[in-house]
Design a protein around this ligand. Structure first.
Ligand code: CXF
Ligand code: ZN
Length: 370
């Protein structure tokens, strides 16, 4: 079928919204009519070349919609089902899926390969085969994806909010709850209040943290952070140091979470300076793929028994955590409406990213037109 999509043809160039040809679903694939797609920073990492992928590529990996058609051998969903597209596929069979770490599913190897699961491409234009960001390509009103990337959700959840749990919300919430192992009474510092940081604040709140400090240079984001769960705010990690020392009587944070737009190696030393004895520092933000140097006092890491860990999708399991987070939304404990700052049409995708980079959005969201 013919549809529209935002395609990246060359690093450093803007997204090109144009007509593309989308294949019908093959075995184990699903055609989804997308309602909305979040504007996550990772697509901009692809655009700048921080995250090298095979181009051309349809952007977008934070979407939700309704199943339009299923290919042969699809058993998990049927036409009419509401679904969230998870940016990590889960096969349910590999070692990682079988041990409760399906965010690390072996099908994840396809994420950066430029081909779909099982090989080949489903999108074509200008005589070229086109890949899809994270096997999804949600910057389009329709996409054909593998059933491993699809999670069925309840019909009453608004799909434009459900889209957020396909990447940012689950990643941030899980960074606090699973990877940071926040416990009741803990002190948590979240550095960078975009879509992921805003969800990390909420994870820390739900896990029972006593003090939650949000760090961001943008004043309105610090105000927003206070509505989402932060108890204290600071404009930089350096500015957070004094107040955090006072707040914790010098013990510093049990958990620190790095959720800035671009993770730079030089941010690790200040992050660990905010992390106390036996504390967990979680590096969630995406770093340029070729960067290999970090600043770090190894002596401090060892003698203070600190941990520094990375994490994908917040250590969450798409099939259990996506429905769980949407239940928390329904019960009013997870605030999603407040996280969407501005909505855009697909044609406005570049404006959405300009706004994100200018600090104007917690999360921008494309609402697809049908
Ligand atoms: C990223 C992680 C690195 C691969 C692309 C997606 N996660 C979320 O935005
Ligand atoms: Zn993302």
């Amino acid at each position: 079928m013919k549809t529209k999509a935002a395609v990246l043809w060359e690093y450093g160039k803007p997204w090109s919204v144009e007509e593309v040809e989308l294949d019908a679903p093959k075995a184990h694939e699903v055609l989804v009519r997308l309602t909305a797609s979040g504007l996550c920073h990772s697509d901009d990492h692809v655009r700048t070349g921080d995250l090298p992928v095979q181009l051309p590529m349809v952007g977008g990996h934070e979407g939700a919609g309704v199943v339009e058609e299923v290919g042969p051998e699809v058993t998990g969903v049927k036409p009419g089902d509401h679904v969230v597209l998870a940016f990590v596929p889960a096969c349910g069979r590999c070692k990682w899926c079988a041990t409760g770490h399906s965010n690390l599913c072996d099908l994840g190897m396809y994420l950066m390969m430029g081909e779909e699961i099982g090989g080949g491409h489903r999108v074509h234009a200008r005589d070229a085969d086109i890949g899809t960001m994270c096997l999804l390509g949600t910057f389009s009103p329709y996409t054909t994806v593998h059933e491993a990337s699809v999670v069925k959700i309840d019909d009453d959840i608004p799909l434009d909010k459900a889209a957020l749990v396909g990447c940012g919300v689950t990643t941030g919430w899980g960074s606090a709850v699973y990877l940071g192992e926040t416990r009741a009474g803990d002190t948590v510092v979240v550095v960078g209040i975009g879509g992921i940081g805003a969800a990390a604040l909420q994870g820390a709140r739900m896990a029972g943290a006593k003090n939650i400090m949000a760090v961001d240079p943008v004043p309105w984001k610090r105000e927003m952070a206070l509505k989402l769960g932060a108890t204290h705010v600071a404009e930089s990690m350096e500015a957070a140091h004094g107040p955090l020392t006072e707040l914790t009587r010098g013990q510093m944070a049990d958990v620190t979470i790095l959720t800035v737009g671009v993770a730079l190696g030089e941010l690790i030393a200040p992050l660990l300076a905010l992390t106390g004895k036996n504390g967990r520092a979680v590096a969630t933000a995406v770093a340029p793929a070729l960067q290999t140097q970090v600043t770090l006092s190894l002596a401090d890491l060892t003698f203070m028994q600190k941990s520094l860990r990375g994490g994908l999708f917040g250590g969450a399991n798409p099939r259990s955590d996506i429905p769980k987070l949407l239940d928390l939304y329904r019960s009013g404990q997870l605030l999603l409406d407040e996280m969407v700052t501005t909505t855009y049409k697909l044609d406005e995708v570049n404006q959405g990213y300009d706004d994100m980079l200018a600090g104007k959005n917690i999360r921008g969201m494309i609402i697809h037109e049908h």
